[in-house]
Design a protein. Structure first.
Length: 377
């Protein structure tokens, strides 16, 4: 099976290596957990309110420091960990990470009071509690997920680039660019880590297996799924002119998607914190829905989920960066992301209709007609 899929290189582990690969996620989870607790952090308030006090919840944020320190440890092989280990161990790491996430989900769900979901299996999947902070608030589980997931996404991509460099005679510059894209993307996320406190996952999602696995395994290990099949491929062999066109073109595409996604999210973050403040030069325009406001200017004028368009463009750049557009492996992440956000925006719309009221949401839909892609969808 692995040979038919072109990923037999990921199965070349000895028995002892396979065991270490299985437990690698658990070791990573523990190391990041300790680092987040002991490293200095800034205290900030978020958007979510504590159900007991009614006050905004407090968070300790040190994701950028954890990101930098772990990348330095990886680069200098501190502890003797080979730089290509995370990539080579990917298959068993996903299996092990899934098992450990299931265990953590059982703990986080069935130690909480029963909620509206009575079916225990559905409760295990969806979760019961929306927030879970430990050690007197020194660590928030949702933000810990994102620190682990985002950092490991970058490290897994870089590890794959190292494996490619060591094992392919005619290296593909697109592989290195792919790793650079993910490292930039996640580094930028940690610079703006506080923005995450104002996103859908932090505000609405519950802590069940879905988010345990999604935040840790899928985000940290499976987002680089295209690399599993593409790392063994060499340079596509384009002419010099076409190579420049290809590499510069995917960089422009990546930066365009990043600009839309980051710009839209930053504007929404600014609006939620300071509703009447301009974002860059854009005056906020909104529809009032009782005590709430629906933003409909700037990045949020062309489409109701314009940030998802940015994520889709980014995903396409990740597929084209390899220079082998005919290989289905290159498109695995893109297919997932585009499908995911196309479905998710429908859930978002239902949530927003309840939040703002059918009448105000209909008024907003009349003003901002398109869902994701202006003029098309």
């Amino acid at each position: 099976m692995a040979e038919a899929l072109g990923i037999e290189h990921l199965t070349n582990l000895s028995s002892s290596e396979a065991v270490w690969a299985f437990f690698t996620p658990l070791i990573v989870f523990a190391v990041f957990f300790v680092l987040q607790i002991i490293l200095p952090a800034r205290r900030v308030t978020g958007y979510v309110k504590d159900r007991v006090t009614g006050e905004p919840r407090n968070y300790r944020l040190n994701g950028l420091l954890v990101f930098v320190l772990t990348h330095l440890a990886w680069a200098f092989e501190i502890g003797g960990l080979p730089r290509d280990w995370f990539y080579r161990s990917s298959l068993w790491a996903v299996v092990g990470g899934t098992v450990f996430c299931a265990i953590f989900a059982v703990w986080s769900v069935f130690t909480q009071p029963k909620g509206e979901i009575q079916n225990p299996w559905l409760a295990l999947w969806e979760g019961r509690s929306q927030e879970l902070q430990l050690f007197g608030g020194r660590i928030d589980i949702k933000m810990w997920w994102y620190v682990v997931g985002g950092t490991m996404l970058s490290l897994n991509a870089l590890s794959g680039a190292v494996w490619h460099h060591n094992n392919v005679d005619d290296p593909n510059p697109g592989i290195y660019l792919y790793a650079a894209f993910w490292t930039f993307y996640t580094f930028d996320y940690f610079i703006w880590e506080r923005v995450q406190l104002y996103t859908y996952d932090l505000i609405h999602e519950h802590i069940g297996f879905k988010l345990w696995w999604g935040g840790l395994v899928a985000y940290g290990w499976l987002f680089i799924l295209p690399l599993w099949g593409m790392a063994p491929h060499s340079d596509p062999g384009y002419s010099t002119g076409l190579t420049y066109f290809w590499l510069i073109g995917v960089c422009v595409l990546f930066l365009g998607g990043w600009t839309i996604g980051r710009g839209a999210n930053l504007q929404k973050y600014t609006f939620k914190r300071w509703p009447d403040r301009k974002f860059l030069w854009v005056e906020p325009k909104y529809i009032e829905a009782g005590e709430r406001k629906i933003l409909c200017s700037g990045w949020w004028r062309p489409a109701r989920h314009f940030n998802y368009l940015g994520e889709g463009i980014l995903a396409i750049s990740f597929a084209l960066v390899y220079g082998h557009p005919g290989n289905l492996w290159a498109w695995t992440y893109s297919i997932f992301v585009i499908s995911f956000f196309t479905v998710r925006q429908r859930f978002d719309e239902r949530e927003c209709e309840q939040k703002y009221g059918p009448e105000k949401w209909a008024e907003y839909q009349a003003r901002v007609k398109y869902r994701i892609f202006p003029g098309i969808y």
